[in-house]
Design a protein around this ligand. Structure first.
Ligand SMILES: [Zn+2]
Length: 62
């Protein structure tokens, strides 16, 4: 699996060394579950994970 998840915002990042949102370079390969957020204003999961930018996110990051 080439995708990694940002330890801060859980954003899934592919082929990059840092998160495009918060520039965090602590990317974890040990994550599970995918949440796809299209509309952050009207998404329960975005609210729960404190997501502010649409995209794909890991549910759990270890
Ligand atoms: Zn991030």
């Amino acid at each position: 699996m080439t995708e990694k998840a940002c330890s801060e915002c859980h954003r899934l990042v592919e082929d990059a060394q840092e998160c495009p949102i918060d520039k965090n370079n602590d990317l974890r390969s040990n994550w599970s579950g995918i949440a796809v957020v299209y509309d952050v204003e009207d998404s329960e999961i975005a609210d729960r994970l404190e997501i502010t930018t649409p995209g794909r996110y890991a549910i759990k990051v270890r």
